[in-house]
Design a protein around this ligand. Structure first.
Ligand code: ADP
Length: 406
């Protein structure tokens, strides 16, 4: 049977470890987590003082190791505990990354990285953070965090930086693309303005009219682009708040049919609306954004559809509580290799054609974000020579909506 003192020591160790794990799980850096663990130990020590028992130092490693192994096993990222240059415990994520049998192995063999060695084997008692490249694959990037615990044990945590780096790259690419898209019409505008400043050119009325026409088109292109960029950032900013206003989609379809009338007429396209639902299609949503979604899809279907063929907006049932909104065209279709990338910002199958038709390359990216905010799903299907179907699946009702509408 364990003595009272041993029990108290185990309690101190367990409290320390619980504090440590809770803090690490809550995303605290290791140093803070270790502090939380120490605070837990202090609390347990205080308990034992109130118990009028002698306060003793934290127990040595063998008592903490099983609790530590269990605690770090619950963490999703690779975590190790090392002592005397050897891996004492490694959680499953660490064993997957570094090898199934690293426990008991020299840490320099377990983490084969020159930059890591001195932080793992040195005597520095300061928490450290360093970047590691190529661990577990050439392209992979990690941040290694170490902290010295009691008894000379060192806690090592590896944080995957891959996603953060990819997000950063996407952001810089986006800024570069947006600047490039704006610079082209701006350069055209400046060129024409410069020519018109020349008196002889300004007096040529026909030339002036032509130049002003081009300048107007380029200014409109910039305007559309800036509008789309603002929309995109607004929708992204609101992505965590699910919209709840009841939106009647049939009325919305008729509105879009009217607003797209002029461009449809130019191409000899008829916009048809089919409601295959037994009742009026209503979804909880943001009316302005759903209007923008439908408008973008219908404009694309007209732009890329074959002249003289119809574009259909269709509402249909799709399993319990879901509604399917489809926009169908009979255009030349899209080759399968482009389909997965169509919703990327500025991705176009034929950039010059899209620009010539006034496209910003952001229409489907906006659609994807609106669908996401509405907790829906987007699918694009296309067959070369037959046409394209864009399907948007939306939840029909939520508790909030039904309580609102009753
Ligand atoms: P854009 O402003 O270029 O139309 P979008 O984001 O709306 O930008 O669409 C991206 C690309 O997807 C378009 O450039 C076009 O190549 C392709 N696309 C979109 N809708 C259709 C469609 N209905 N039929 C054929 N291609 C389409």
């Amino acid at each position: 049977m364990a003595s009272g003192r041993t029990k108290r020591l185990t309690l101190a160790a367990a409290t320390a470890m619980a504090g440590l794990v809770l803090a690490v799980l809550a995303g605290a850096p290791i140093a803070a987590a270790a502090l939380a663990g120490a605070a837990g130990a202090a609390a347990a020590a205080l308990l034992s003082w109130r118990d009028r028992s002698p306060i003793e130092a934290a127990p040595p490693a063998p008592e903490t190791a099983p609790a530590a192994a269990e605690a770090i096993a619950a963490l999703p990222e690779p975590v190790l505990m090392i002592r005397d240059r050897k891996v004492l415990v490694a959680n499953p994520a660490a064993r997957t990354l570094l090898g199934a049998h690293i426990e008991g192995v020299d840490v320099r063999l377990a983490i084969r990285h020159p930059a890591a060695a001195e932080h793992l084997t040195g005597t520095a008692d300061q928490p450290a953070r360093i970047e590691l490249e190529g661990l577990g694959g050439e392209e992979r990037r990690w941040e290694m965090e170490t902290a010295l615990l009691s008894g000379g044990t060192r806690l090592v945590r590896l944080i995957d930086r891959g996603q953060a780096i990819a997000a950063e790259r996407m952001r810089t690419d986006f800024v570069a693309n947006a600047s490039h898209e704006l610079r082209t019409p701006l350069a055209t505008l400046l060129g024409f303005l410069e020519t018109l400043q020349d008196e002889a050119a300004a007096e040529d009325k026909a030339l002036r009219t032509r130049f002003l026409g081009v300048m107007f088109d380029e200014a409109k292109r910039m305007h559309r682009l800036v509008d789309d960029l603002i929309s995109l950032s607004r929708i992204e900013g609101e992505r965590f708040s699910a919209p709840r206003e009841p939106v009647a989609l049939l009325a919305l379809g008729h509105e879009v049919q009217r607003s797209c009338g002029p461009i449809a007429e130019e191409k000899g396209t008829e916009i048809l609306i089919e409601n295959l639902l037994e009742s009026e299609p209503v979804v909880p949503g943001d009316r302005t954004q759903l209007h923008q979604l439908l408008q973008n899809l219908v404009v694309n279907a007209i732009k890329y559809g074959r002249p003289g063929t119809p574009v259909t907006i269709r509402f249909n049932e799709s399993g319990p509580g879901m509604l399917r909104l489809s926009v169908v065209d009979q255009g030349e279709g899209i080759a399968p290799e482009h389909l997965p990338r169509l919703t990327e910002r500025f991705y176009r199958v034929e950039p010059s054609r899209s620009r010539a038709m006034g496209g910003t390359g952001l229409g489907l990216a906006i659609v994807k974000h609106i669908v996401g905010r509405h907790r829906g799903r987007l699918e694009i299907m296309s067959r070369r020579g037959t046409g394209t179907v864009v399907e948007v699946y939306l939840p029909r009702t939520t508790e909030a909506l039904s309580s609102k509408s009753h």
